[in-house]
Design a protein around this ligand. Structure first.
Ligand code: DGY
Length: 322
């Protein structure tokens, strides 16, 4: 008899077909998000689950799902999963690193350019029929080329963002938990600096750190106050790394020039004050959302699930235990 697995959110049909070759699959193609109770019921008798970042997997849920052996997240981030609780119950957890790096870096650049050059404001102006002629000072924005890019979190995605900065003749500085090897710094022409220096020197500060208790509100009131008045802040990593209420205050008072945000605290119920600000570009957590990349993420999560339940050694195993 095939092991039973659950796919919590809509996915690509060929990913479901691949899973069906190994397991008895319960899918949620109507894509109705599951609350805790629905998820706990759906996971009864399931050995594996393919989760989205919207699914919270915690000790309480795990205690109600005694057959569960693998949680395979369709995301590189895994802050929706209590890893310790999974390890305590010998539940394997996997993520999808690598496949989304380039698409996320591309989208980060879309946010940088749209924010610095006021693309959304200008587009809305044209659509509203308000454009009645060329003016020298129309939608004056900030240049991106030849300026200083500050990268907070210089992992795989941060490095892809740095690589793209070369085309804009930028100076790249970064801050990371650990300083990178000199060879990697040379590859990206990136200089390591302390957090305070990063905040003070960056014309564009872009966040690519993982979210955890250690990075919660890492960019808050104090840090924002250290940024230049014409700087912009970009976050395509995770909500919660930036203190959204503090960011709204500095955007309102013009203490920084703007922000490009793909992620928020308490998604999708973002702080409504963002909506009335003109100097912010808002997108709905889609940085990795190209067709090829989202498909790659879903297929990698499925491959992790097959390797976890068939062989006990998934390639992207986050909590290896004996
Ligand atoms: C991730 O992979 O963590 C992304 O946020 C998903 O879109």
């Amino acid at each position: 008899m095939k092991a039973k697995v659950l796919v919590t959110r809509e996915t690509f049909q060929d990913v479901l077909d691949y899973l069906a070759g190994h397991f008895a699959v319960t899918a949620n193609q109507p894509d109705v998000p599951m609350d805790l109770e629905t998820m706990a019921r759906a996971l009864q008798d399931k050995m594996g689950v393919m989760t989205a970042l919207t699914d919270k997997i915690d000790a309480g849920l795990l205690a109600r799902c005694p057959d569960l052996k693998a949680v395979c997240n369709i995301a590189v981030g895994f802050n929706n999963i209590d890893i310790e609780a999974c390890t305590a119950r010998k539940v394997m957890v996997t993520n999808t690193p690598g496949v989304l790096d380039d698409s996320t870096a591309d989208f980060t650049w879309a946010l940088i350019l749209a924010t610095a050059r006021r693309l959304m404001e200008a587009e809305a102006y044209v659509r509203a029929g308000e454009w009645h002629g060329w003016k020298l000072k129309q939608f004056l924005g900030n240049d991106v080329h030849h300026r200083t890019l500050g990268i907070l979190g210089m992992g795989r995605i941060g490095q892809k963002v740095a690589r793209r900065a070369a085309g804009f003749d930028m100076q790249v500085i970064y801050h990371n938990k650990r300083r990178l090897d000199a060879n990697i710094e040379r590859t990206y022409n990136a200089a390591y600096v302390g957090l305070d220096e990063l905040l003070a020197r960056a014309d564009i500060l872009t966040v690519h750190a993982p979210y955890s208790a250690a990075t919660h509100h890492m960019i808050g009131k104090t840090e924002l106050a250290k940024m230049k008045p014409d700087a912009i802040l970009i976050n395509a990593a995770r909500g919660g790394i930036v203190d959204d209420a503090a960011l709204i205050e500095v955007l309102k008072s013009g203490k920084i020039a703007g922000a490009g945000l793909d992620v928020f605290e308490n998604e999708p119920a973002l702080n409504p004050a963002f909506l009335s600000l003109k100097n912010v570009v808002l997108t709905p957590h889609i940085a990795s959302s190209s067709t090829a990349t989202r498909h790659g993420m879903a297929m990698l999560a499925a491959q992790n699930l097959v390797a976890a339940l068939d062989a006990g050694r998934p390639p992207n195993w986050l909590n290896p235990f004996a």
